[in-house]
Ligand binder design. Structure first.
Ligand code: ZN
Ligand code: ZN
Length: 355
C-alpha cells in the first residue's frame, strides 16, 4: 500500500524535476511509510527510498515500515538524512522552520540544491483510497451514534463541558482512538462563537446548542455538526435553522467530481446572503478531512481548484447571531463522479432535546 503511494509521489517529483523529496512532516511520513511514532522522516525518489528513525522506534519501524530501507539515526535525524541527499532535493517548506532550513542547508553535501516543495504529499492525501474511506466511514458512523447518545442523555441542566467530556469518554468506549479534535458544545449565545470552548454554565431550555465533534478510527478523522433545540425557539432562531439546512442541502447537492471549490461555497453563500445573513456566515463552507481534521481541498471563497473523485470534504454552512445563538450543520462527504457519498447519517431536521 505505502509502496504504491511512494510510486505516485515519484511521478509528481518527475513533473517538478526533483531527484527526491525529504519528507519531515510526521503525518506525511505516516501516509507514505506507515510509521506512527513521533520521530521519523523519509526520503523518496526514483532511486532512493529510505526511512530514518532513532533507537526508540527501530522495533516499531520494523513492523510498520516494510516498504522502505530502514535506517537508524541519531535523535536529531536531519544530519543523518542530509548526508545521503544528492541532486535537486525537495523539502516540505510548509512544515520546516527557518532555523531547521538553515541547518539543513549547512548539512547537505556540496552540489545539493534544496527546493521548496511543500504540499506534494498533501495533494496525494487529498484523494482517498478504499482503505482510507473504510476507516472514515467507520469514524463517521461512530459520530452518528454519538449524536443519538446525546439525544438519549439529554442536554438541559447539564453543562457544555459535562456533555463534551461524556461524549468523548463514550466514543472511546465504543472504539474511537480519540476525538478527532476537542469537541464543541455551545449553547445559546456561545453558539455564535464558531470555535467556542465548552463552558461551565448549565445548558438552558428554549435555546439552540451547536455540537461539533468527530472520532478518529485507524488514524482517520470524522467531522460532524448538529444543532439541537432545547425547547421552543424564537421565530428568528427557527427560521435561521431552516435557512442553514436549505443552504447545507443545496451546497451538498452541488458536490461532484469537476465541481469548482469556490462555486460550491457560493451556493450556500448566496442562499444565506439572499436571506440577509451573509455577514453572519464568516467561515468557509468546508474542508478536506483525512489523517488530519483540516486538510486539502478547501471549499471557500477565493480558493482555486476543482473537486476530484475520492476527495473527502465537509459541507458546513453556519449562521451566527452575536449575543443570541448560532446554527451550523455539517456533513462529511466523499466526492464521486455522480455526486457524493454522504458519510454522516444522523438526521438534520430540527430535533428537540430536553433534560
Ligand atoms: Zn466540525
Ligand atoms: Zn469541519
Amino acid at each position: 500500500m505505502s509502496a504504491a503511494r511512494a510510486d505516485r509521489l515519484v511521478e509528481r517529483l518527475h513533473e517538478r524535476e526533483l531527484d527526491s523529496l525529504l519528507v519531515t512532516n510526521l503525518v506525511n511520513v505516516r501516509y507514505l511509510s506507515g510509521f506512527t511514532g513521533t520521530n521519523g522522516l523519509c526520503v523518496v525518489g526514483p532511486e532512493q527510498r529510505f526511512f530514518l528513525t532513532d533507537f526508540r522506534y527501530v522495533e516499531r519501524a520494523q513492523s510498520e515500515v516494510p516498504d522502505f530501507e530502514r535506517l537508524r539515526g541519531k535523535q536529531d535525524l536531519l544530519g543523518d538524512a542530509a548526508a545521503r541527499l544528492s541532486g535537486r532535493v525537495g523539502f516540505e517548506d510548509q512544515h520546516m522552520s527557518v532555523r531547521q532550513h538553515e541547518r539543513l542547508r549547512g548539512l547537505v553535501p556540496d552540489g545539493v540544491e534544496l527546493v521548496a516543495a511543500g504540499g506534494i504529499v498533501e495533494e496525494l492525501r487529498a484523494v482517498k483510497e478504499p482503505d482510507e474511506l473504510r476507516a472514515m466511514r467507520e469514524a463517521a458512523a461512530l459520530a452518528d451514534d454519538m449524536y443519538a447518545y446525546i439525544q438519549e442523555r439529554g442536554l438541559v441542566g447539564r453543562t457544555e463541558h459535562e456533555v463534551a467530556v461524556d461524549v468523548e469518554r463514550e466514543m472511546r468506549a465504543r472504539g474511537a482512538e480519540d476525538p478527532s479534535f476537542p469537541s464543541i458544545v455551545a449553547a445559546g449565545a456561545n453558539g455564535a462563537l464558531p470555535h467556542a470552548t465548552p463552558g461551565s454554565a448549565e445548558i438552558p431550555a428554549d435555546t439552540l446548542v451547536i455540537i461539533d465533534m468527530g472520532c478518529r478510527v485507524d488514524g482517520y478523522c470524522s467531522d460532524c455538526t448538529r444543532t439541537f433545540a432545547t425547547g421552543s425557539l424564537s421565530d428568528e432562531a427557527g427560521s435561521v435553522y431552516d435557512l442553514v439546512l436549505v443552504a447545507q442541502e443545496e451546497s451538498l447537492a452541488a458536490i461532484h467530481a469537476g465541481a469548482d471549490c469556490q462555486g460550491v461555497d457560493a451556493v450556500a453563500r448566496e442562499r444565506i446572503g439572499g436571506a440577509g445573513y451573509g455577514e453572519r456566515f464568516g467561515h468557509g463552507l468546508g474542508h478536506g478531512v483525512g489523517l488530519e481534521i483540516h486538510e486539502a481541498p478547501r471549499l471557500a471563497q477565493s480558493v482555486e481548484g476543482t473537486l476530484v473523485t475520492g476527495n473527502a470534504v465537509t459541507v458546513e454552512p453556519g449562521v451566527y447571531v452575536p449575543g443570541a445563538f448560532g446554527v451550523r450543520i455539517e456533513d462529511l462527504v466523499v466526492v464521486s463522479d455522480e455526486g457524493s457519498e454522504v458519510l454522516s447519517h444522523f438526521p438534520k431536521e430540527l430535533i428537540t432535546v430536553g433534560a
